[in-house]
Design a protein around this ligand. Structure first.
Ligand code: 6PG
Length: 465
């Protein structure tokens, strides 16, 4: 039996799609799935999808699967993140040899990846945490891949990973070695946080527009924006969603307004809180999903609370500029979190390269991401460029119109509000934090600094004397 160049454990939607992508690029592959109830046919179903040119061997016996891999073994685990992954690692570990490489392609928490890298190093096994974005279609045809862990281990899998990744506009793979240990999963987690806010901004625009326009008309507006610098994958799919019909009716109108989540948006927001990075848009979009799930309470209260409504409309141009404004802030906040996470974890992360691998394959790919590869070069942020400061300043009026009209029409637009408020605070020289400092010093003797005194001079006052 010929040995395979690569192995995949777990043939769920993402595992199966990545397997077919790898085999399609000419790499010989072994795949494994356990034989538990409901999963008996995973291996045979995958083998049915293979084309003649693909070399795939299927296994339901783990030992045989591991024996079928060339050394050093390279195996990708595609199972649900969490305890199950530790269990699988513990099961395969005794059969592995020094120098073998395990890659976790799930949405694992970066701190778990960090721990697994350290633990497996004791066994002389390399562990790489790989963020995979692009959903089923991306995994099959070209995902964005963010790999963290040992750099030499990455070199050994780079040929395969760079072959299966999506390609940027210069035909370079949307796959990169990010930095050591959990950095790949960290960057993927922030990707999802940015994704949450991008989705919520579109939901808030839809909430405003549906008071005045049909789904078809909203789709038309979004389609026109999509042909400008605002173009993005999420905007594009939203136009499709708005016009999709089930029978005579719009499918969207039949979908229950309770948004789900698998946790990465909340992880990302928590990391922002931990590292002192203001990611208010990300956090507000997580809360927007949470409050949507309070459906029964919302319905109950809405029967009692009567609100006056003024029917103001923002012009489409106002909305377009407000949306542009909010997207800049969202990306600014997201990349700030990557920078702070890198500092905290001693990772060397090139944000321009991250933007580059996010220009295709992933969910937040967009024209703005293309531009970001340029603006984030040399460790710069958007606000190091006058063009963005001017743009934000010029569209301030329009986001204010959006917010005022949203208030008048009783539409919640908290993520837009957070974009505006962030910019407002960030460009205000004097915030009322002097009062916070005085209060802290009053009740807790926490001390404060004084205007004009040296940075290292702290004062305490006996406030009740
Ligand atoms: C991607 C997606 C993908 C998935 C997330 C978000 O980049 O391909 O982000 O990872 O959609 O798990 O899921 P939730 O919205 O359920 O949190």
């Amino acid at each position: 039996m010929e040995q395979s160049a690569f192995g995949v454990i777990g043939l769920g939607v993402m595992g199966a799609s990545l397997s077919l992508n790898i085999a399609d690029k000419g790499f010989s592959l072994s795949v494994y799935n356990r034989l538990t109830p409901g999963e008996e046919h995973m291996v045979s179903q995958l083998l049915e999808r293979k084309t003649d040119k693909m070399h795939i061997q299927g296994f339901t016996d783990l030992e045989a699967f591991i024996d079928s891999l060339q050394r050093p073994r390279k195996l990708l685990i595609m199972i649900k993140a969490g305890k199950a992954l530790d269990q699988v690692i513990n099961i395969v570990l005794p059969s592995l040899s020094e120098g073998d490489i395990i890659i976790d392609g799930g949405n694992s928490h970066y701190s778990d990846t960090k721990r697994r890298c350290q633990n497996l190093l004791e066994h002389k096994i390399h562990f790489l945490g790989c963020g995979v974005s692009g959903g089923e279609e991306g995994a099959l045809k070209g995902p964005s891949l963010m790999v963290g862990g040992n750099a030499e281990a990455y070199q050994q899998i780079s040929e395969i990973f760079e072959s299966i990744a999506g390609k940027d506009k210069h035909d370079k793979p949307c796959c990169a070695y990010v930095s050591k240990d959990g950095s790949g999963h960290f960057v993927k987690m922030v990707h999802n946080g940015i994704e949450y806010a991008e989705m919520q901004l579109l939901a808030e625009l839809y909430a405003l527009l549906r008071n005045h326009y049909s789904n078809d008309k909203i789709a038309e507006i979004f389609k026109a924006w999509n042909a400008t610098d605002l173009g993005s994958y999420l905007l594009e799919i939203t136009t499709d969603i708005l016009t999709k019909k089930e029978g005579e009716d719009y499918l969207l109108d039949k979908i229950l307004d309770k948004a789900g989540n698998k946790g990465t948006g909340s992880w990302s927001s928590k990391a922002a809180l931990d590292f002192g990075s203001v990611n208010s848009m990300m956090a507000s979009s997580v809360f927007a999903r949470y409050i949507s799930s309070y459906k029964a309470k919302r319905v109950e209260l809405s029967k009692y609370v009567v609100r006056e409504k003024q029917h103001n409309t923002s012009s489409i141009k106002d909305l377009e500029n407000a949306y542009r404004f909010a997207r800049i802030i969202n990306h600014y906040q997201g990349f700030d979190l990557i920078k702070k996470g890198a500092q905290e974890n001693d990772w060397d992360i090139d944000c321009s390269e991250i933007a580059r691998i996010w220009t295709n394959g992933c969910i937040i790919r967009s024209h703005f991401m293309e531009a970001s590869t340029h603006y984030l070069k040399a460790d710069k942020t958007y606000l190091d460029h006058e063009v963005f400061i001017n743009l934000l300043q010029e569209s301030e009026g329009q986001i204010k119109v959006l917010l005022k009209n949203a208030l008048d029409s009783n539409v919640s637009v908290n993520t837009f509000y957070n974009a505006y408020d962030y910019w407002l605070s960030l460009s205000t020289a004097n915030l009322p934090a002097n009062l916070i400092q005085a209060q802290r010093d009053y009740f807790g003797a926490h001390t404060y600094q004084k205007i004009g005194s040296s940075e290292d001079q702290y004062f305490h006052t006996n406030w009740i004397e």
